[in-house]
Design a protein around this ligand. Structure first.
Ligand code: HEM
Length: 416
């Protein structure tokens, strides 16, 4: 809903402040000057091109994530009414995912899913993750060079995800490709009509695949999230099959794209900051704060959307009920009012409560797993690949504006 004239910014719409500028590859390559301009000139900004409020300060992002509604995905009936009924199956799945729900439906679903994702189960994955990491690096160690995304950052979370779900590891490439398609719906505020058919096909294939996995696990239970969701029971309540599939999909996608981007973006950041890279290599005991800092500095999930639940005020602006609001977590993570020297990478930064995993009720469900994967990945890369350096290349960022990550990252190191 557009703001009324009184609540709109008094100045004329300024295209230089639009988040749409992320579609320019140069801005996408370094979005932080755009975020800074927004935060400094209009931290709660009506973006007339996006038709949404864009929020860039740390404290305001928290308010949005805490107080505003996550129930933002169009219902299948609304999709029909828009004349794009062919896409209704996508909306059908999204409306059943915890990410797009408010309490009490969200609380119920999240509680049921958490019984499947206990700290003990995650800790139990540590040795397996270390083993996959070593094996992926064994394949390239003698060559002295690798393409970090395809050789490592993409397959590691995909293989971990297959194990976490309880589906065959050999299927990890299929999971990866579905996840990349679905992430287009999650990460973008602009949708490419040429890709819609592909996303639709992926949703249909994933649904059929997980339906078959459920049928098989009814006969032959197999350790993993799907089995846990099938048997989870809280206060006498169980998940429906549709809910199991929808939330397996959101966990599968959430667990892959973002973790790939943490590894890719984080390694690029270290290679661009050789002193920090040397510091971490020489003192691996700082790995925990180092991963938090990499998450803050180059957040894999840059923004998310909410809906204003009622007429109200934020940062001196009148926000009307039903307005779309984007919380730009990556901008909040560089807010000097919260982080000293926010544009400086400091691997031992104290008091680093960043927004990379969101905030409040929807705080990332998989954060403990993501942290563990990140810590194992960076520590092992630095231990196994001496003299790591960036090859001369033109870096290309994926066109997904919300889930920030590189298409490829070519590096060299001293061969084993
Ligand atoms: C570096 C890696 C990751 C990052 C940066 C990340 C980021 C996020 C963020 C920002 C949100 C909140 C979105 C919102 O409020 O709109 C979120 C939610 C979620 N994430 Fe992650 N995530 C990561 C890894 C994972 C992993 C490994 C899993 C699964 C194993 C996962 C599953 C989920 C799920 C299911 C939600 C929805 C939670 C809810 O709605 O209650 N994520 N994540």
């Amino acid at each position: 809903m557009a703001p009324d004239t009184l609540s709109a910014s008094s100045s004329r719409p300024d295209p230089r402040l639009s988040l749409y500028r992320l579609m320019d590859p140069a801005v996408l390559a370094d979005p932080y000057p755009l975020y800074r301009s927004l935060r400094e000139t209009d931290p709660v900004h009506w973006d007339p091109f996006l038709h949404a409020w864009v929020v860039t300060g740390y404290a305001d992002c928290i308010t949005v994530l805490h107080k505003f509604s996550a129930d933002r995905t169009p219902k299948p009936e609304q999709i029909q009414a828009l004349g794009i009924g062919a896409l209704a199956p996508i909306a059908q799945v999204m409306t059943k995912q915890m990410l797009f729900m408010d309490a009490p439906a969200h609380t119920r679903l999240r509680k049921l899913c958490s019984t499947a994702f206990t700290p003990r189960r995650i800790e139990g994955m540590r040795a397996h993750i270390q083993d996959i990491t070593e094996r992926l690096l064994d394949r390239v160690a003698q060559s002295g060079r690798m393409e970090m995304i395809a050789d490592f950052a993409a397959p590691l979370p995909a293989i971990v995800t297959a194990g976490m779900l309880g589906v065959p590891t050999e299927d990890h490439e299929m999971l990866k490709s579905w996840s990349a398609d679905f992430a287009e719906m999650l990460g973008n505020f602009q949708h490419n009509p040429d890709r819609a058919a592909r996303v639709l096909q992926s949703v249909e294939e994933m649904t059929a695949y997980f339906q078959a996995a459920i049928r098989e696990q009814e006969r032959l239970p197999r350790e993993g999230l799907i089995q846990s969701l099938m048997t989870a029971e809280v206060d006498g309540q169980r998940l429906s099959e549709e809910e199991i599939i929808a939330n397996t999909i959101v966990t599968m996608v959430g667990g892959q794209e973002t973790t790939t981007n943490l590894i890719g973006n984080g390694l690029l950041t270290l290679l661009r900051n050789p002193a920090a890279l040397a510091q971490l290599r020489d003192d691996p005991s700082i790995i925990e704060p180092a991963v938090e800092e990499l998450l803050r500095y180059e957040s894999p999930s840059q923004h998310t959307a909410r809906i204003a639940p009622e007429d109200g005020e934020l940062g001196g602006k009148a926000i009307r009920k039903g307005s779309a609001v984007m919380a730009v977590m990556a901008a909040g993570n560089r807010d000097p009012a919260r982080f000293a020297d926010p544009d400086t990478l400091d691997l031992t930064r104290k008091d680093n409560r960043h927004l990379a995993f969101g905030w409040a009720a929807h705080f990332c469900f998989g954060a403990p797993l993501a942290r563990m994967e990140g810590q194992i990945a960076f520590a092992t890369l630095l231990r196994r690949l001496p003299d790591l350096s960036l090859d001369a290349q033109k870096l290309v960022w994926r066109e997904n504006l919300g889930l920030r990550g590189l298409k490829a990252l070519h590096v060299s190191f001293r061969a084993a």
